[in-house]
Design a protein around this ligand. Structure first.
Ligand code: MG
Length: 360
């Protein structure tokens, strides 16, 4: 028979106190290998050390006892990923609540969650970093009753989102806030990709909650990931462009039916602009727990301008007009204001959102 360890020795080996071991035994997680009938003294097998350490790690991660029990029967990396995703989502919710609390104590108007994303309320914003100056504008347009777009300019990350469905306003706010909070925890290229997946999951959870109207959202974001590189991500048809040496380059690829047709050579880019199915998205946040974003590496040099926008901009004005504004209007906020003004002058049928980022 295998040598058994008294509870004190087992406790010292696995780093869990005797009290914790008794709790886990009571919960059916880690049953002692033997109990002294007379004294009630407990013994554990050395082979149980592995499970004991795993339980300790999961408890430190805040996983409830009941979920630990299920996990021990079928331990998978996927389940760990799910818990990790929940952590990010929970963190995003807590950050959002704290931000709302900050607004709440600073203003006379009561702030409620989640309908009050501060970044949407501030319709214009300016943010300066060492090498980057950003200006943003989001506008309801003249036809839609609400603005379902959201923009967020934060330390080293810029995000636009275009909500869809009756709950689109909530979806786009959840998307930008979650991406931003998650990116703050890992400011790398893969961190940005993972942050956009977290955003997708957060919107999906919200959509699945069932007590809100149908919702989805596009997403486009740029982050400063190193001295020389930016990373851009997108889902749906919100876009990122770089304006460099007088030329406008689109950096992102739309997830739309017409983009696929253009790629296949079936229609021209000009035909795509007027195509009746141009608003049909092939990928969007909110339709499933896992949405894979496009990720692009972007080099940059002094004098470049980046443009993030929702479809309300490029459906109203063409590349030529966008370039004209970017080459003539100094200052990112003035350029953003001018772009949105051009798009809305003709009676914009959609919400319009723009972020312009200047590289010094
Ligand atoms: Mg739109």
């Amino acid at each position: 028979m295998e040598e058994l360890l008294p509870i004190g020795e087992f406790s010292a080996r696995c780093g869990l106190s005797a009290k914790m071991l008794r709790t886990y035994a009571a919960a059916g997680l880690l049953t002692p290998a033997a109990v002294d009938r007379e004294s009630g003294y407990r013994y554990y097998s050395p082979a149980q050390e592995r499970d004991a350490r795993l339980i300790g790690l999961l408890r430190r991660a805040g996983v409830p006892l009941g979920e630990v029990a299920v996990f021990l029967r079928d331990p998978t990396a996927d389940r760990l990923d799910q818990w990790e995703g929940q952590l990010d989502d929970d963190l995003a919710v807590r950050r959002e609540a704290l931000a709302a609390a900050r607004t709440h104590i600073a203003t006379a108007t009561p702030v409620s969650l989640p309908a009050a994303p501060g970044h949407r309320a501030a319709e214009r914003g300016e943010c300066e970093m060492e090498r980057f100056t950003a200006g943003s504008v989001t506008d309801r347009g003249s036809v839609r009753p609400t603005n379902q777009d959201a923009v967020l300019v934060d330390d080293r990350v810029f995000v636009v989102a275009d909500g869809t469905g009756a709950g689109g306003e909530v979806a786009s706010a959840v998307a930008v806030e979650t991406l931003c909070a998650a990116y703050g925890a890992d400011r790398t290229r893969s961190g940005l990709a993972s942050a956009s997946r977290r955003a997708a999951r957060a919107v999906w959870r919200r959509a699945e909650a069932g007590d809100e109207p149908p919702m989805g959202s596009t997403l486009a974001a740029v982050a400063v990931v190193s001295e020389d590189w930016l990373a851009a991500v997108n889902v749906g048809d919100s876009r990122v462009y770089r304006f460099s040496d007088g030329a406008l380059h689109r950096l992102t690829r739309d997830h739309t039916v017409v983009e696929d047709l253009v790629s296949a050579g079936a229609i021209s880019a000009e035909q795509a602009r007027r195509h009746p199915e141009r608003s049909i998205l092939t990928r969007i946040l909110g339709i499933g727990p896992d949405v894979e974003p496009n990720v692009v590496d972007v080099s940059y040099t002094a004098g470049d301008r980046l443009l993030l926008c929702t479809d309300g901009l490029f459906n109203e004005i063409d590349d030529h007009e966008i370039s004209e504004v970017l080459s003539t209007v100094a200052g990112p906020e003035a350029a953003a204001v001018q772009l949105v003004r051009r798009a809305t002058d003709g009676g914009a049928s959609d919400n319009v959102s723009v972020i312009v980022v200047d590289v010094a």
